[in-house]
Design a protein around this ligand. Structure first.
Ligand code: BEZ
Ligand code: FE
Length: 301
């Protein structure tokens, strides 16, 4: 029986994975063990710290339900989600930047005609969104499908509201681009909002004196045949949290000014009872195929 020697421990654990049939899995486990052991050595981790970490991860798992993914939220606030996104989108010359999907995508939005109002019955400042989907060379992409979702003027998604029915949802819809690659819809200005903080991730945020806010944004998931799916947001210029997004999702090119208009008629022909805003954004999608992100079962708890 070999004598225990902590200087040889890492080597022995690494060797224990040497028969892993899946080469990639072997590589990932070996790197994980090396990195974890290095962390424990560099930090002189105490028993109390180790058991508190185990307790935190246990509670993170216990907080998960089919509609609440606390581990993804943890990955988001640690910047891991954006890092995985960046590593998997290194070659994006000429294409719009990507960012996190987030937990509020419920998938397969109901398709509605261009120009529709997705904010019927809601208060808030009216906004008209005009977007285009093109290839990197500027050629319009017709028949692209864009799922859109965003928070209301108090920072809540429809799925977070007790009034949320299992119907079509509000502030979310699916549009199809026309022959010019264009889509348009009427909505309200979203506002900044906190990520869910009633679980272990919230505890971590508070214990670190971080804030939990995301800057105001509209989510876009664009799918077009022959192109990579594009998961992104358009952020509103001037938001207080653009420099400190809790999930590190902001990219400069995704920030857009919602232009104030005082004209009496909005682009959909309806009368405006006061100022309204126009967001204009062009998305460039990259030729290829790719993984279409799947939502959690039904938004978030
Ligand atoms: C969101 O933008 O909806 C979001 C993204 C990551 C974590 C929480 C919320
Ligand atoms: Fe969001």
């Amino acid at each position: 029986m070999p004598q225990f020697d902590d200087r040889l421990l890492t080597k022995r654990v690494v060797e224990s994975f040497s028969q892993t049939p899946n080469e990639r899995q072997r590589f990932l486990m070996v790197e994980l063990v090396i990195t974890l052991h290095d962390f424990v050595r560099r930090t002189d981790l105490t028993f109390e710290e180790w058991s508190s970490a185990i307790d935190f991860l246990t509670r993170t798992g216990q907080k998960c339900t089919p509609t609440r993914q606390e581990f993804i939220l943890l990955s988001d606030v640690l910047g891991v989600s954006m890092l995985v996104d960046a590593i998997n989108h290194r070659e994006r010359e000429g294409a719009t930047g990507t960012t996190v999907l987030g937990p509020f995508y419920v998938g397969e939005h109901k398709e509605v005609p261009n120009g529709s109002d997705i904010s019927t019955g809601l208060s808030g400042k009216p906004m008209f969104v005009c977007a285009r989907v093109t290839a990197p060379d500027g050629a319009p992409v017709a028949n692209a499908i864009a799922d859109i979702w965003h928070a209301d003027d108090e920072g809540f998604y429809d799925t977070q509201k007790p009034s949320h029915a299992t119907g079509n949802g509000s502030l979310r819809a699916r549009f199809r681009t026309d022959a010019g690659g264009r889509l348009a819809f009427r909505t309200i200005l979203p506002c900044s909002y906190p990520i869910p903080t009633d679980g272990p991730v919230g505890e971590l945020i508070r214990a670190s004196s971080r804030h939990a806010m995301r800057p105001a944004h509209v989510h876009f998931l664009v799918n077009a045949e022959g192109f990579e799916p594009l998961v992104t947001h358009v952020f509103l210029e001037g938001d207080d949290y653009l420099d400190s997004d809790v999930v590190f999702g902001v990219k400069e090119e995704l920030v857009c000014k919602a232009e104030r208009n005082d004209g009496a008629v909005m682009p959909d022909g309806r009368k405006a009872s006061g100022p309204w805003y126009r967001m204009t954004y062009d998305f460039r999608v990259r030729p290829g195929t790719g993984h279409v992100p799947q939502p959690l079962a039904a938004g978030t708890d």
